[in-house]
Design a binder for this molecule. Structure first.
Ligand code: NDP
Length: 489
């Protein structure tokens, strides 16, 4: 049965055992008819029409639902209860004005957001990003990814993401403080230790979390675990700073071990030089691998001798304390080559070096089809995402066609939010675990995610497909929980 009138709401016909799916817009989109079978193209048309001008969000939804087709075909109850439409619709989006004053007394106006995506597994949980590229669509893509990632950790966390188009780069500490205070002046009324617990992301590290937490405490007169990534002396967890990068490399090690191999002796390409990249590099070193590269938005360094412990300490001081540029690494270590970023090239030469493993840890869509072809030509056998969605769909296709082991960010970079979950637990029971305890728990969580991805992939006849395994395992957990909680789930 195909209904052709425009503007009717979706409708489920129990009698004919069919779901007639009537999205709201053009005749093309009206072809969204589901007979207990999931139609990917119709669904994606619906997403395009309902969430226009949000390319990153469309990309994330496409990547997830393209792999979920075999799951949805087996579960008509998910279609009947409209789980696909529900899971992509944020429960709530808050958008607000942030006005602050710079050191010269000039007034600036930024926009702040919090996308509260899903609370079906627990309070909203996910980072805040301060970067000029931030907009609602980017935060929706990140919040959507967070739904699956948080589910995979096995911890009781829902999903959210937030941030602002404020650019902290080049700003003084006082300016960042005034911005963070102004941001929290509005955000505080929407978050809470049992409601929504933000953390860091691009442009939001320990300094920013400190200012945000201080302001929250001042306004509410409450010292609670409302943010994670806090300083160790005021409620933070050991290993939280390292967690995303460490977890990424633990996951990669599991992937290699499952094939009778290990990171020992592997040459590794890493992009970024922020929180995720720095601690990925550190853990690669600890595991006996050789990190060859690091980057920022201005360019990248390639060190043919490898980034060793001393060079790593230089990088950490450069990026975390002096907030300098990666170029200075090549000035300090002449064996390294610095290459400035050149977007006109159409590819990033960082990915064209010969190596065994690649860890994109900077930002979304930093690895395109051409980069993926270079990685394959350069001998790379494993790609694990430290950043969120750093590889385009076309790049992932290249990995698949060439038998490269590929782990999506929602599985491979889940260590950060996992230790945030552990920070919440420590805050709730008013105890601080030691370093070893947190690290063991992090390793266990990454191992469990790895096993779960492989188990679900195997069950659906896709052995070794981490992308499918991560999407399906995360989705199934969330979807069944939504069914349990009825239409508000
Ligand atoms: P940071 O701000 O600490 O570092 C980001 C790094 O990426 C910097 O080196 C930055 O360079 C570079 N970068 C950012 N944007 C661009 C761009 N458009 N082009 C080129 N380089 C860019 O962020 P994180 O390390 O925390 O986050 C990195 C990625 O990891 C993001 O995708 C984030 O969502 C994801 N992630 C982070 C987690 C965390 O716990 N922090 C957890 C899970 C995922 P520059 O300084 O020049 O801007």
């Amino acid at each position: 049965m195909i209904m052709k009138s425009i503007g009717k709401i979706p409708h489920v016909s129990q009698k004919c055992e069919r779901t007639v799916w009537m999205p709201l817009f053009s005749p093309r989109q009206i072809n969204c008819v589901l007979t207990m079978q999931f139609s990917l193209n119709s669904f994606l048309d619906y997403v395009q029409a309902r969430h226009p001008h949000e390319p990153e969000f469309h990309q994330a939804v496409t990547e997830v639902f393209a792999s979920l087709v075999p799951v949805l075909e087996k579960k008509p109850e998910f279609i009947r209860e409209r789980i696909p439409e529900r899971i992509i619709e944020p429960e709530r989006i808050i958008s607000f004005r942030v006005v602050w004053e710079d050191d010269e007394g000039r007034v600036h106006v930024n926009r702040g957001y919090r996308v509260q995506m899903s609370s079906v597994l627990g309070p909203y949980k996910g980072g805040l990003r301060f970067h000029p590229s931030v907009n609602q669509g980017i935060l929706k893509f990140l919040a959507f990814e967070q739904v699956f990632k948080n589910a995979l950790t096995g911890l009781p966390m829902g999903a959210g993401k937030g941030g602002s188009d404020f650019d902290p780069k080049g700003r003084s500490d006082r300016e960042v403080m005034r911005f963070a205070y102004a941001f929290m002046n509005e955000l505080f009324r929407h978050i809470g230790k049992d409601t929504d617990i933000p953390a860091g992301d691009i442009g939001v590290g320990g300094r920013e979390i400190g200012y945000l937490f201080g302001k929250y405490k001042k306004i509410t007169n409450q010292f609670t675990g409302v943010l994670t990534g806090k300083g160790i002396s005021w409620g933070g967890s050991l290993i939280r700073t390292e967690a995303t990068g460490f977890g990424l490399i633990y996951f990669a090690q599991e992937m290699l071990v499952s094939r009778g191999d290990s990171l020992k002796g592997k040459r590794c390409l890493v992009s970024g030089s922020g929180n995720v990249a720095l601690y990925a590099i550190k853990k690669i070193l600890e595991m006996g691998g050789t990190p060859l590269t690091a980057s920022d938005s201005s360019g990248y360094i390639y060190d043919p001798k490898g980034i060793d412990e001393d060079k790593w300490a230089f990088l950490v001081d450069l990026k975390e304390n002096r907030r300098g540029r990666v170029k200075e690494y090549a000035e300090r270590y002449p064996e390294a080559v610095y290459t400035p970023a050149n977007p006109e090239l159409g590819y990033n030469p960082l990915w064209a070096h010969e190596a065994d493993c690649a860890f994109p840890c900077a930002t979304q869509n930093e690895v395109n089809k051409k980069d993926a072809e270079h990685l394959v030509a350069g001998g790379v056998k494993l790609v694990a995402e430290g950043a969120n969605m750093p590889c385009t769909i076309e790049a992932v296709d290249v990995f698949k066609e060439n038998g490269v082991m590929y782990a999506p960010g929602k599985a491979a970079n889940a260590g950060g939010v996992a230790v945030s979950g552990l920070e919440m637990t420590q805050n709730s029971i008013r105890i601080a675990w030691d370093r070893e305890e947190v690290d063991i728990r992090l390793q266990r969580i990454m191992r469990n995610i790895h096993e779960e991805c492989l188990r679900v992939a195997e069950k659906y006849g896709k052995p070794g497909d981490y992308l499918f395994g991560a999407n399906a395992a995360g989705f199934l957990k969330v979807a069944y929980s939504m069914l349990d909680q009825g239409l508000v789930g």
